[in-house]
Design a protein around this ligand. Structure first.
Ligand code: C5P
Length: 208
């Protein structure tokens, strides 16, 4: 059983993926963390983000079990991750790792930008989770403020728009909804109703 979840930043896809994995007793991989881990290692070494040889070396040695979300979730690392995500050779290396995670029994939930289109094109269920950019910016701002971080709605909104453009306009594996993906627009939903809707979609797909 493989569940593929794609969507833009702050759409709620990560929370949905984690909760679906718990619910259906599957393993979960947040593939954004793989790009973030490589970006963080490049930043730590003070190397340019375009250095694909070093990025590949870091990716080959990546241990999926030891990616620390609390460190990798910073805004700076997210920006750097979306810059290195345009490197085709690096993507191939990370996609191979992600595929092997997905194909290990009993299956998994993977979330990212290209799961339904590139990483797991034969997934049993595909969801494309989205929400208006304003709703996503509001959620991201509230989340940052609740963690005691500084956040201003207008700059979060600009960041998200920039990230959306970079992720959907790049030539290699751009973010897009797979033709056979179910669209889940969470603009008017709280996380509970989004989760219930997602469980319904997956349960129906399992029966068919
Ligand atoms: O989802 P998250 O914000 O952690 O992803 C960070 C960046 O990694 C994204 O903006 C995107 O550029 C890249 N990414 C990707 N493909 C994925 C997951 C993330 O290109 N499957």
């Amino acid at each position: 059983m493989i569940i593929a979840i794609d969507g833009p930043a702050a759409s709620g896809k990560g929370t949905l993926a984690r909760r679906l994995a718990e619910h259906f007793e599957l393993r979960h991989l947040d593939t954004g963390l793989t790009y973030r881990a490589v970006a963080a290692a490049l930043l730590a070494k003070g190397l340019p983000l375009g250095d694909e040889d070093v990025a590949l070396e870091i990716a080959r040695n990546l241990d999926l079990a030891h990616m620390d979300k609390s460190i990798l979730s910073s805004h700076e690392i997210g920006e750097a991750a979306s810059r290195i995500a345009v490197l085709g050779g690096l993507r191939e290396e990370l996609v191979a790792l992600q595929k092997s995670f997905a194909n290990t029994p009993p299956g998994a939930v993977l979330d990212g930008r290209d799961i339904g289109t590139v990483v797991c094109p034969d997934a049993d269920v595909k969801l494309f989770v989205t929400a208006s950019v304003e709703a996503r910016a509001r959620r991201r701002t509230d989340e940052m403020l609740s963690k005691g971080q500084e956040a201003e709605f207008s700059s979060v909104l600009d960041d998200l728009k920039r990230r959306d453009a970079r992720d959907s306009e790049r030539t290699v594996a751009p973010m897009r909804q797979a033709e056979d993906a179910h669209l889940l627009d969470t603009t008017e939903m709280d996380i509970e109703s989004a989760f219930k809707t997602a469980v319904d979609i997956v349960s129906r797909a399992r029966l068919s």
